[in-house]
Design a protein around this ligand. Sequence first.
Ligand code: HEM
Ligand code: HEM
Ligand code: HEM
Length: 70
Amino acid sequence: ADTISLPAKNGNVTFEHKKHQESLKDCKACHEKGPGKIEGFGKDAAHKLCKGCHETKKAGPTKCGECHKK
Ligand code: HEM
Ligand code: HEM
Ligand code: HEM
């Protein structure tokens, strides 16, 4: 899917999968064990992975409301 909706009760997160695939060009940045469902993906893992990268690269959203939209 080009866009994956990640459900969260404080507002679902719209994840542009294709855009990240094309800009990062590295599946393993997110899929250590190969493409598909990410084992143990949830609040803590997502914050570490998603927010962590955005902070490191100083690109992409790092504030709650920039990812979680009601
Ligand atoms: C999950 C809060 C920032 C992406 C969650 C959940 C909470 C939460 C409470 C769990 C929701 C549930 O169990 O239904 C917050 C707060 C933030 C914050 C308070 C600010 C301090 C962010 C940012 C991003 C993000 C900046 C994106 C870069 C996600 C994702 C999930 C999630 C992808 C997991 C959805 C899933 O389980 O598939 N967040 N969040 N959050 N958050 Fe955040
Ligand atoms: C889900 C492939 C890159 C994050 C998936 C799925 C596939 C896949 C097959 C499951 C089916 C679907 O819902 O579409 C790939 C390939 C990549 C790539 C081939 C490289 C070209 C990335 C990158 C990230 C990422 C770079 C993070 C920035 C995710 C997430 C899910 C997902 C969060 C949902 C996981 C879940 O629901 O457990 N990917 N992906 N992917 N991908 Fe990727
Ligand atoms: C931009 C979400 C993981 C790098 C964004 C945006 C969102 C987002 C909402 C802004 C909208 C957009 O421009 O498309 C997420 C979520 C992630 C995730 C929910 C986890 C599933 C990552 C990871 C990296 C990354 C792991 C780096 C390894 C970037 C960059 C941008 C960005 C560089 C801004 C530039 C661009 O659009 O390519 N992300 N992201 N993200 N993200 Fe993520």
